[in-house]
Design a binder for this molecule. Structure first.
Ligand SMILES: [Fe+2]
Ligand SMILES: [Fe+2]
Length: 473
């Protein structure tokens, strides 16, 4: 079904045929726009930004590009096409018809899952709202805003499900999604990582690499859901999400490249010398990586979880790429978990269904590592021995068996004393943060880049790198 952009709410769900739903969403729309004006990107609402807008659900040619003022972005409701043959892919109802309506007994659990996912979308926009002032180039400024408007659209995607399938409760939840705010002392966002401030672009790139990738894996798990409208919504969101991770991946790549250029020019690896040349030394990149990776790991929840087991049993939330597994019922298998035991580690066997969070986290870690390998190839080719690495999944955890257990980045349990003494080597210190903040100055001249980042290999949608991606007025 094609999308009519003249509609007040663009959609491919034939919204016009459901007057009640249409009215409910039209009532929510001005509240969303108020939220966007108040807590969306600060001070750039009248700029013309070269943005892509989803125009169809085909994998090919699904978006068009053009200059848009952000408040006029066509936020709408898009679902992947329905596959009439689709069957439940895992759990106790494996092989049965997928659901077009929610079975009564799963209503409140599904609502919770949708609200938790939905809450992260506007949260990240709030976290990133000040970054427009310090963008290292117009290209980067445009990418920031692209990510922001699409997170706004992901909020729409979840709000649609709440309005369409959860009646009054759903409408109330949709209001609350605009009432909780990132970092708010009284009404914070639901998940910890989404209350961390993002004040600099190194953190923004780490966030889009590591935290948006958590989003990718959550969406992949929900795209397996027996509740078909949720699955189709998440499939479509994944096409947009890919760009967010691209921004993070290439952003970190360009930081590393610039650092290597400076090391070559100066003939030294000394971090201080690199900093004096206004670039970011590789050990500091590693510390920011440690921080955001460990924070994002918590988003997957506890290693052993009876909730995860029941989501799987009931077919609400599966494993990413469920079809790649052989056993979709998973009642006979066990999973080996490692737990802290003083300064030792013990292992424990738990039923596979209870380990689904850990299984998903494992796939996530493997995916994160691909980028690290690419960045390391740059360093290797430049002839340096430094290597970036993912810390152990035990490091600096706040959720699960390793929560609050001091370990070094390799995951070896250590004393709190040792951790406190070594912390400055492993995580961004106040001095590191002030240094990074000192580099943050907006560069708004066409084609110019800040000194701490290399230009991208290519521009957006076949435009040159020095294209005027944002027209400031
Ligand atoms: Fe998103
Ligand atoms: Fe995202």
């Amino acid at each position: 079904m094609s999308i009519n952009y003249q509609d007040r709410i663009p959609n491919n769900i034939d919204l016009g045929s459901n007057r009640t739903l249409q009215r409910a969403l039209e009532h929510w729309q001005p509240e969303f726009l108020n939220w966007w004006q108040e807590l969306g990107p600060r001070d750039f609402q009248v700029a013309d930004v070269y943005l892509r807008t989803a125009t169809s659900v085909d994998a090919k040619g699904w978006a068009t590009y053009g200059f848009v003022r952000m408040p006029e972005y066509r936020w709408g409701i898009f679902l992947a096409d329905r596959d009439p043959e689709r069957k439940i892919g895992f759990g106790d109802f494996y092989g049965q018809e997928v659901w077009q309506q929610i079975p009564g007994e799963y209503r409140s659990i599904l609502r919770r899952l949708i609200v938790t996912q939905g809450d992260t979308e506007p949260a990240s926009v709030e976290q990133q709202r000040m970054l427009g002032h310090t963008a290292p180039s117009l290209y980067d400024l445009r990418n920031l805003f692209q990510v922001n408007v699409e997170e706004g659209r992901h909020l729409w995607a979840m709000v649609y499900l709440l309005h369409a399938y959860f009646g009054r409760d759903g409408r109330e939840e949709a209001e609350e999604l605009l009432e909780r705010h990132s970092g708010d002392a009284n009404k914070p966002r639901i998940l910890g990582t989404f209350n961390e401030p993002i004040r600099d672009w190194l953190s923004f790139f780490m966030f889009t690499y590591f935290t948006d990738r958590d989003g990718k894996f959550q969406l992949k798990s929900l795209a397996e859901s027996s509740f078909d409208p949720l699955a189709r919504t998440c499939s479509f969101m994944l096409t947009e999400e890919a760009h967010h991770m691209f921004v993070g991946d290439t952003g970190i790549n360009r930081v590393v490249r610039r650092s290597l250029e400076v090391m070559k020019e100066l003939g030294t690896e000394d971090p201080l010398a690199v900093r004096n040349a206004s670039a970011i030394d590789l050990p500091t990149v590693q510390k920011y990586l440690n921080f955001w990776f460990s924070s994002s790991l918590d988003l997957f929840g506890s290693e052993s979880s009876s909730n995860a087991a029941s989501y799987f049993a009931n077919g609400l939330k599966g494993r990413p790429d469920e079809s790649r597994y052989e056993d979709h019922v998973a009642t006979e298998q066990m999973f080996t978990l490692e737990r802290p035991h003083g300064l030792d580690v013990t292992s424990e066997e738990i039923p596979m269904r209870n380990a689904m969070n850990e299984v998903t986290r494992g796939s996530y870690v493997a995916d994160c590592d691909l980028g690290v390998k690419r960045w390391n190839r740059l360093i290797e080719r430049a002839g340096y021995s430094f290597r970036l690495s993912l810390p152990s999944t035990r490091f600096r955890r706040n959720i699960g068996a390793w929560a609050g257990i001091p370990t070094d980045p390799t995951g070896r349990p250590i004393t709190q004393q040792e951790f406190d003494a070594r912390k400055v080597d492993w995580l961004p210190s106040e001095a590191d943060q002030s240094f990074i903040l000192s580099l943050m100055h907006g560069v708004n001249e066409q084609g110019k880049m800040a000194a701490w980042i290399a230009p991208p290999d290519r521009g957006i949608n076949n435009n040159p790198v020095d294209y005027e991606y944002v027209k400031l007025h």
